[in-house]
Each structure stands twice: as C-alpha cells, then as structure tokens.
Design a protein around this ligand. Structure first.
Ligand SMILES: Nc1ncnc2c1ncn2[C@@H]1O[C@H](COP(=O)(O)OP(=O)(O)O)[C@@H](O)[C@H]1O
Ligand SMILES: [Mg+2]
Length: 330
C-alpha cells in the first residue's frame, strides 16, 4: 500500500492533499471520502449482495450498483505506510479513503470525461447556505441550470502528432463557457480530435469508425443508466457521469475484439479456469460509462427518481446522438 501514487489521469475533482490515488497496476482507485459517500457505497453494495432476499420492506438499490464502480472497502492512511482496515465507520480526525474499482485499468491511452449532473448542485438539506448560494450561481450561469449537464473536465489523449503520450487538458472553466446543447456538443467533439483531422496519413476511416463505435457504446450505456435511475428513488447533487475510453483506434478495436472473444468463450468452458489470469488481462473492455461521486447523494425511498439528474443524462444522450449524426456524414 506504500505504492499508492496520485492517479495519472483525472478529468475533474479534488487535487492537492485530496487527490485520488491508485496502485501501480491501476487496479484500485482510492480517494478521501466523507461519511455520507461511504455510507452510500456501503448500502448499495450491501443491497447488491442481498438482492435475492425480499424479507425486509426496505427499498433495494441493487440495480444501482450495476452503474457504479465496484466498492472494495476503506483504507486508513494514518501512518506513513498506510494500513488496510475493515472499519465501517470513520474515526474522528483520521482521513479515511474509499477503495473502488479503477476504470483506468488496462486502458493504454485513456481519454477521460467527467460530466456533472443535475440542475441543482448542492443539497439544500445538508450543505451550507454559502455553498448552496455559490453553486446556484454556477448552475444559473452554465449549461447545468438549463440542461442538467456540464462538462466538468476532460483529458483527451492525442496519438497522431507524435508517439509520446500527450493529454490535452480541458479544465472546469472550459465547460463553464459552453452555451446550450450546441455548446456541449462542440465541447464533447473535442474528445475525438483525430476525426476532424484529414490527410494526415494515419487512416482517417479508422478514426471515424472508432469515434462512431465509442459514441454508440456511450449512447447504449446512457440509455441503460436512464432506465436504472428512472426506477431509483434517490437525490444526487454534483454526481458525475464518468466516461473512459481507449483513444488509439487500433488499440481500441484490438481490445474490443479480445474482450468480445473472451466473453463469447465464457459459456463454453465453465469448468476450466486454467487461463483465468490471462483472461483477466485480456477481457477488460476499452471503454466504460459509470456514475461517480456520491459525496452529496442520499436515498429517498418515498420520493421517486431524481428528475434533475435524469434531465442531464438525457442531455448527454442527445449530445452523443448528434455527434453520431455528424461523424456518420464525414
Ligand atoms: N473509479 C474510478 N476509476 C478511475 N478514475 C476515476 C474513478 N472515479 C473517479 N475517477 C477520476 O477522478 C476524478 C474525480 O473523481 P470524483 O469521485 O468526482 O472525486 P471528487 O470528490 O474529488 O470530485 C474523476 O473526474 C475521474 O477522472
Ligand atoms: Mg467529482
């Protein structure tokens, strides 16, 4: 655990002493957490384990777990080496970190998008008056207020110009300047830089195929997320859609094929687990769409779904559908 380092690619969120960490193999994502976020993960992960049991009358949030990172537990980094604990409550004055599935695992050239959800970004029942007022201003001045969606940040991998790794960083100010649905579409278009470059001798067709495959996958995932959240009674403030995809077209299609092959083989050799390890390396999908950041989310079993968040996901769905239209015509 002494090998935890600041995560290499981060689209938005805390930096400095609050920066998320990961292990060298990108298996775990570790971030400082609040009691509220920890309890949120614990409840959903617990519901997922007991989804079959209908003996209590509590609402079961197990479906929600399918659109979140996997929850592995908590970690205390109180001393210099770090210490794994099984504690389920946060001791006073000790920063506790939440340990989650890391979506960068196995993605060689990740492009990462963080899209902030909702028209209301602070919880009126739990957050300070000054925070509520400040975030109401941010919402009113940006696409958050009208469309329930704002590009919170993007790190876009460029592989065309040179072979060295380079990421173009779009910080929170980028997304705050964008106006309307067209602004969001133009903003998201920047995540696919090689599509619009022509005559660069690198095979533009594969770049367009790649962008179309990525956008089509995202649209499918967003539809599924809308379906799940449409039945989930909760309130989320400043949660995000996190999108991570392999940005190099060739690497992307190779990885996709491998993951599909290993998926197809799954049923055939249920009995043999000889090459599990190899599968583990190879069957990781080169793209993922999930909800993250539940610092200000809570369960509201009697209040129905979060319409302000659903509005934002529908906006994202429309934006990616428009990109598909655009890229289909190139
Ligand atoms: N499970 C994850 N795997 C990989 N990267 C992640 C994961 N969760 C979040 N991130 C990255 O960290 C950033 C901040 O995450 P978030 O949970 O929103 O933290 P914060 O509370 O600091 O806003 C995201 O924009 C994303 O780039
Ligand atoms: Mg965040």
């Amino acid at each position: 655990m002494d090998q935890l380092k600041p995560i290499q690619i981060q689209a938005a969120g805390h930096t400095g002493s609050q920066v998320p960490l990961s292990d060298p193999s990108n298996t775990i994502f570790v971030k400082p957490t609040s009691p509220n976020e920890l309890q949120f993960y614990q409840r959903v992960a617990q519901d997922a384990l007991t989804s079959e049991r209908q003996d209590d009358k509590q609402y079961n949030y197990s479906e929600l777990y399918t659109i979140m990172p996997e929850f592995y537990g908590t970690l205390s980094l109180g001393d210099s080496t770090g210490q794994v604990t099984k504690e389920t409550t946060i001791p006073a004055n000790s920063p506790t970190y939440i340990v989650l599935e890391n979506f960068l695992k196995g993605v060689a050239n990740p492009t990462v998008l963080d899209l902030k959800l909702g028209t209301v970004l602070a919880d009126p029942t739990t957050q300070s008056a000054s925070k509520i007022a400040r975030l109401a201003q941010v919402a009113a001045a940006t696409t958050s207020g009208t469309l329930g969606l704002r590009i919170a940040g993007m790190q876009v991998h460029h592989s065309v110009e040179n072979d060295a790794d380079s990421h173009e960083v779009f910080d929170k100010h980028f997304g705050r300047e964008l106006v309307g649905l067209n602004g969001i579409i133009e903003g998201l278009n920047r995540a696919f830089p090689i599509v619009t470059k022509t005559n660069n001798g690198r095979g533009d067709d594969i770049a367009i195929d790649h962008a179309l495959a990525v956008c089509n996958f995202i649209v499918g995932e967003l539809r599924y997320i809308i379906q799940v959240l449409g039945e989930c009674p909760l309130r989320m403030f400043s949660a995000s859609i996190l999108i991570i995809f392999e940005a190099d077209p060739k690497v992307f299609f190779d990885a996709l094929e491998r993951s599909q092959n290993s998926h197809n083989n799954d049923g055939d050799n249920d009995d043999s687990d000889d090459d599990d390890e190899e599968d583990d390396e190879e069957d990781s999908k080169p793209l993922v769409v999930r909800l993250v950041d539940f610092a200000h989310s809570r369960f509201t079993p009697d209040q129905g779904p979060d319409t302000s968040v659903l509005l934002g996901i529908n906006t994202a769905l429309m934006a990616f559908q428009r990109l598909i239209d655009q890229y289909s015509k190139i």
